[in-house]
Write a protein that binds this ligand. Structure first.
Ligand SMILES: [Zn+2]
Length: 179
């Protein structure tokens, strides 16, 4: 099933005229099943790809828009993180396939299509912020699960869990007193 699903992301560039061509994709959990190692398992995203075709080069502009389901770093509950991201892929022709960098690729002269699913996958992951937390509401309060937050607070008090930062502040406090 996933092999055929992945075929949807083939762009048959050879038969296209020079100029701009637009492709649209709606992706959900089926997409992430193509990549079993994916950190993301669920999401709802619209991907618009504009291919600029010229004689010697293909440029793919990716416009990624939607949400992915990830655990909140603050309260651990799953939530829909908004993703808006634009990225370009540059494709040149050569003798063999070489992945030059995250967004530059050389493909053999006689290739006639490119499957861009790998790039959609990578660009979605590039779009994720390091810290993923529930967004704040209009009044600036986090929309985290209050029950979870309370539980976590209790646990950290009971277990006397301190982060490195807290230890560091305590140390700095001691140093100040010595001086
Ligand atoms: Zn949260």
């Amino acid at each position: 099933m996933s092999v055929r699903y992945a075929d949807r992301f083939r762009i048959p560039f050879k038969g296209l005229k020079e100029g701009d061509h637009i492709f649209d994709f709606e992706i959900d959990s089926s997409f992430f099943e193509i990549f079993p190692e994916s950190e993301i398992k669920e999401g709802q995203l619209h991907i618009e790809v504009i291919l600029h075709k010229s004689t010697r080069m293909l440029t793919f502009d990716f416009f990624i828009d939607g949400t992915v389901r990830v655990p909140c770093d603050r309260c651990l509950e799953m939530f829909d993180l908004p993703v808006h991201f634009t990225y370009s892929l540059y494709v040149k022709f050569g003798h063999e396939r070489i992945e030059e960098s995250a967004n530059a690729l050389t493909i053999p002269e006689d290739d006639y299509f490119l499957n861009i699913s790998q790039y959609i996958y990578e660009f979605i992951h590039l779009a994720l912020p390091l810290r993923r937390v529930h967004p704040n509401d209009e009044e600036g309060h986090p929309t985290c699960n209050p029950v979870m937050l309370k539980k976590l607070e209790e646990l950290s008090v009971e277990g006397n869990v301190q982060t490195n930062d807290e230890r560091w502040s305590a140390l700095k406090g001691i140093l100040k007193n010595i001086n």
